[in-house]
Structure formats: structure tokens, C-alpha cells
Design a protein around this ligand. Structure first.
Ligand SMILES: [Fe+2]
Ligand SMILES: [Fe+2]
Length: 198
């Protein structure tokens, strides 16, 4: 199976009301061909899909290991929740990358043009995890509170500095009571900084 088949099959397996609309919306926005970044990890067509599948696989592996070490955590980490939260955590990035020609110097010091991406958040400037959650709810996906918390806060360290004391407190409470958030956050980090490092 290619990445798109893995992504769609894992989502449909959850049998969650709304997944077919989510898949259709993502198709229309270009999610399946978007890069995962402009210059960092997976900045190539299909990079965002590859990252999402990587996070899904990492999250499933982490889930299994956590349950092995602490069996009672299983009820807090249902397979469908891990799939929904990991596969869809970055849907906010579906339409933010635009192809752009850029210039750089080659090995001989000559200017050459190359294809790259620019990022444009202006279509819905509401935040990163927040935008993923809001879009999914707008598209009619049924989500549990834990799935919402996991997607909303998956960036933790990256936007913590810009949060108000109230939001920092919210994040602390969410981390304490939502194992799913910790699994998705860890999976996102392992995918980005181990699997996807060139
Ligand atoms: Fe993210
Ligand atoms: Fe991510």
C-alpha cells in the first residue's frame, strides 16, 4: 500500500462518522501532495502525507509499548483515537504551502533557480493545532475530548513561549489527564527528528 492508501484505510477503519468528508476535503485542499515544511523535514510533494503516516506508525508503536508497561492505560488509548489524532494532527497545513521559484548559488558560485515552497497562513490565521481541530469539526468529524486535546496541544514546546499563563495551565492539565496527547506529541517529535532527518 502507498501512503495515501495507508492513510485512507487507517481512517476508514475507525468507522468514525465524518471521515469520508474529511478525506474529500483534504483531497480538495491538496493535502495528499503538499510538503511537510518549506525547508526542514519532508519539503517535497507528498511530504505532509508521509509525515502524517510516520506519526501514525510511531504513535501506534508507542501505544503498544505503553500498554505493555502499564496495561490499565489501554482504555485511555483506544486504537481509533490514536489513529484519528495522529493522522489528522497537521491537517492545518493542507493549504498553506505555495510552490515558488527561488535562487541559490551552485558549486561554482553561479546563480541557479530551483523549485521550493513559501508558506502562507493567511487563509485562516487561528493557530496551528487550533486550526486542525476547528477544520475537522467544521467538516463534521466526531471527535472525543481527548482527540481534541491531543491535536490542539501537539506542538507544546513550539508555541508554549507565546501562550498566556492561563493557556500554560490548560496545557499542564491536559498533559496530566490525556495520555493520548503525550503519545501524539512524542510520535510527532520522533517522526520529525529521527525518521525524517536527512
Ligand atoms: Fe504540527
Ligand atoms: Fe506534525
Amino acid at each position: 500500500m502507498d501512503n495515501k492508501q495507508i492513510f485512507i484505510s487507517a481512517l476508514r477503519t475507525t468507522e468514525r462518522p465524518g471521515v469520508d468528508r474529511v478525506i474529500a476535503e483534504l483531497e480538495q485542499l491538496g493535502f495528499f501532495t503538499a510538503p511537510a515544511s518549506t525547508a526542514f523535514h519532508l519539503n517535497t510533494p507528498g511530504g505532509l502525507l508521509q509525515h502524517s503516516v510516520n506519526v501514525y506508525k510511531e504513535a501506534m508503536a508507542i501505544r503498544e509499548k505503553q500498554i505493555e508497561m502499564k496495561p490499565e492505560i489501554a482504555e485511555k488509548l483506544p486504537v481509533d483515537s490514536v489513529a484519528i489524532a495522529s493522522l489528522l494532527h497537521d491537517v492545518c497545513k493542507a493549504e498553506i504551502y505555495k510552490e515558488a521559484q527561488k535562487w541559490r548559488k551552485d558549486a561554482n558560485g553561479q546563480w541557479e533557480s530551483y523549485s521550493s515552497y513559501e508558506v502562507d497562513y493567511s487563509s485562516f490565521p487561528v493557530g496551528h493545532g487550533e486550526k486542525s481541530v476547528i477544520r475537522l469539526l467544521q467538516w463534521g468529524l466526531e471527535m472525543t475530548d481527548d482527540e481534541i486535546l491531543a491535536i490542539r496541544w501537539h506542538m507544546e514546546a513550539w508555541d508554549l513561549a507565546f501562550q498566556s499563563p492561563e493557556q500554560k495551565s490548560n496545557l499542564g492539565v491536559a498533559k496530566g489527564r490525556c495520555p493520548l496527547l503525550n503519545v501524539v506529541k512524542a510520535a510527532d517529535g520522533l517522526a520529525s527528528f529521527i525518521l525524517e532527518v536527512r
